[in-house]
Write a protein that binds this ligand. Structure first.
Ligand code: ACO
Length: 152
């Protein structure tokens, strides 16, 4: 992967023109429903913590993060277009996000993931996350979530 604008593939902070692709990607990859308004509000809360992965001028993946406490960040949403999975894009977004968090002095990172989402759980485990608790009936369809956590 290259890293500068003008390259074939790069990561940058969300821009308003990404909204349509991000909404499409969220609703085709994740199980909950995400409206334009919700995703726009998330992006506005912390622009530098809302990252997109651009490949040949198309937004093919995104990560929405938030500051959970003064020392802890949270990954709210992460999705990679199906045909671009297992190419290291999810890891590249997480690495970039964690670097930004460390620069701000944040010390740990948490997220919630469906207990049935084995591929995402394996992905986060590979990145050093551990399951610290289970949230029963966390999602709108009443499915449970694991809370996963790691130091930064
Ligand atoms: N099964 C097992 N291990 C996996 C899988 C999988 N399906 N996907 C990734 N991994 C592990 C592997 O060890 C992989 O390294 P390897 O390919 O060298 O073996 C490592 O994670 C890094 O994988 P990436 O290629 O960086 O992962 P990818 O770009 O495919 O993104 C993601 C992973 C984000 C989970 C992707 O599969 C996706 O978009 N899934 C659908 C949406 C989703 O479930 N998002 C997470 C919801 S939880 C939340 O948003 C907080």
């Amino acid at each position: 992967m290259q890293t500068g604008k003008g390259d074939l593939a790069y990561i940058r902070a969300f821009e308003d023109t990404d909204l349509e692709s991000v909404v499409e990607l969220a609703n085709s990859s994740l199980t909950e429903y995400y409206s334009f308004d919700l995703l726009y509000d998330l992006s506005a809360q912390w622009r530098d913590g809302f990252l997109v992965y651009v490949f040949r001028d198309s937004t093919v993946a995104f990560l929405a993060g938030s500051k959970y406490t003064a020392t802890e960040a949270r990954v709210l949403l992460l999705a990679v277009t199906k045909s671009f999975r297992r190419m290291g894009i999810g890891k590249a977004l997480m690495d970039d996000f964690m670097k930004r968090c460390r620069l701000l002095g944040l010390m740990s990172l948490r997220l919630e993931v469906r207990t049935s989402n084995k591929s995402a759980i394996d992905f986060y485990r590979k990145l050093g996350f551990v399951v610290i608790s289970t949230l029963n009936h966390y999602y709108t369809d009443s499915s449970d979530a694991y809370v996963m956590w790691r130091m930064l």
